[in-house]
Write a protein that binds this ligand. Structure first.
Ligand code: PGA
Ligand code: ZN
Length: 436
């Protein structure tokens, strides 16, 4: 920020209920300016939701959309938020977000709904970017004082096998991701990952598995021998595609362990085991010793803070340990995690916290502590591609935006291709350095 703001004001905010990739209602908002420009943003929605995430306002009118409507959130935008922000300058993102937080007045944004607030926060930024004639990623870069040659195209975490809550519990582990560390550019990373994805289909079909996909577009085979078979299948696909594990691709897992945790124990149905925290850490260590795994997200539950510190002590020096449910894109939890050495990387999901400014503040705090940062989608997405611009503009280093099927996932990858093209020779790919 810092720059002199141009004189442009919001004249109207118009929201509506649309559908997300799971066919559930979600919020879309248009922020319209007095210079005729409008910014539009829509909001994603999670399935495996952290217990401390900001609140997504749902109508709970069970006669419509099984109670999942968001008409109350839409009405909040069209009335209270519209009245609040008309005549505000969208280029002052800090002030826009402060006003939104102030009007809501609750810690978890339960009054107006984090879904209502985020739609407006992002749409306002998009309108501001358009009115300054900057591509969105450059506008985000300006907000954090980065110049074009400091921007990085992110290393993607491509979720090619879905399990857990996203795929009818085909596996206990929710996400099996490939990370194309051998690629030299983003487009090469996308191509090589896509080749592995298509080879994986052949591997699965040959074994008699279905190639139907889960919520994030990864295959969801009902594997016969549990969690590690999915890793073996991926490694076979990597090799069939002509690549080498470790050198060209490493694996990232999202255990989403909060979903497995009850009464202090972790239940892994596909292993037929109930683990204590120590046993769970041990199980993860065995996986890391056996396979080329370089990233584990939510390896333990959001309420198992002591376990997280132990896990980090054991594995943190050799790999990325990502807090999603644990940290919920919130500086309060990140601060605690930095202090307690619980993890060394954070997933940044704007809808967990509800405003752009707060998401940026989390990323800044993480970077200051030399933590890795990953901009992330949700399992319920829309065609909105803001997170692609965010990943580049904030130079996050990594992005998690699903598999290589389903247009709501591909839309983000395609936007990254456009940004890469536009940056031309300035397009630096984070690549393997994102993990080192
Ligand atoms: P969610 O899943 O969007 O359903 O929370 C994504 C994740 O856990 O990373
Ligand atoms: Zn997660």
């Amino acid at each position: 920020m810092g720059d002199i703001l141009t004189l442009v004001n919001i004249i109207k905010i118009q929201a509506r209920q649309i559908l997300d990739s799971r066919g559930n209602p979600t919020v879309e908002a248009d922020v319209i300016l007095d210079n005729g420009v409008a910014g539009r943003a829509s909001v994603p929605s999670g399935a495996s939701i952290g217990m401390h995430e900001d609140i997504e306002l749902r109508d709970k009118d069970y006669s419509k959309f099984l109670g999942n409507g968001v008409l109350k959130a839409v009405l909040n935008i069209n009335t209270k938020i519209n009245d609040l922000l008309v005549n505000s300058n969208p280029q002052d993102q800090d002030l826009i977000d402060k006003k939104l937080i102030g009007l809501d007045g609750t810690e978890s944004k339960s009054n107006l709904g984090a879904n209502a607030i985020l739609a407006v926060s992002l749409a306002s930024a998009k309108a501001a970017a358009l009115s300054t004639n900057l591509p969105l990623y450059k506008y985000f870069a300006k907000l954090v004082n980065l110049s074009s040659d400091q921007l990085l195209l992110p290393l993607p975490m491509v979720n090619i096998i879905n399990g857990g809550k996203h795929a009818s519990w085909a596996t206990d582990i929710q996400e099996y991701m490939i990370m194309p560390i051998g690629a030299k550019t983003f487009s090469e990373a996308l191509r090589t990952s896509d080749e592995v994805f298509h080879h994986l289909a052949e591997v699965l079909l040959k074994k008699g598995y279905l190639t139907t996909v889960g919520d994030e577009g990864g295959y969801a085979p009902l594997v016969k021998s549990g969690n590690t078979e999915s890793i073996e299948l991926i490694l076979e696909a990597v090799s069939k595609a002509g690549y080498k594990a470790e050198k060209d691709f490493v694996i990232g897992l999202d255990i989403a362990a909060s979903e497995l945790f009850e009464d202090g124990k972790y239940t892994l149905k596909r292993e037929d085991k109930v683990f204590s925290t120590d046993q769970m850490i041990n199980w993860l260590s065995v996986l890391v010793d056996k396979y080329p795994i370089r990233s584990i997200e939510d390896g333990l539950s959001e309420s198992d803070w002591q376990g997280w510190s132990k896990l980090t002590e054991k594995l943190g020096s050799k790999m990325q340990l990502v807090g999603d449910d644990l940290l919920v894109t919130n500086t309060k939890f990140l601060e605690k995690a930095i202090k307690e050495k619980a993890g060394n990387a954070i997933l940044i999901k704007p809808n967990q916290i509800g405003t752009l400014t707060e998401a940026i503040n989390v990323l800044k705090m993480a970077k200051k502590a030399s933590w890795k940062t990953i901009i992330s989608h949700r399992s319920g997405e829309t065609e909105d591609t803001t997170i692609a611009d965010l990943a580049v503009g904030l130079s996050a280093g990594q992005i998690k935006t699903g598999s290589l099927s389903r247009s709501e996932r591909i839309a983000k990858y395609n936007q990254l291709l456009r940004i890469e093209e536009e940056l031309g020779t300035k397009a630096k790919f984070a690549g393997s350095e994102a993990l080192s």
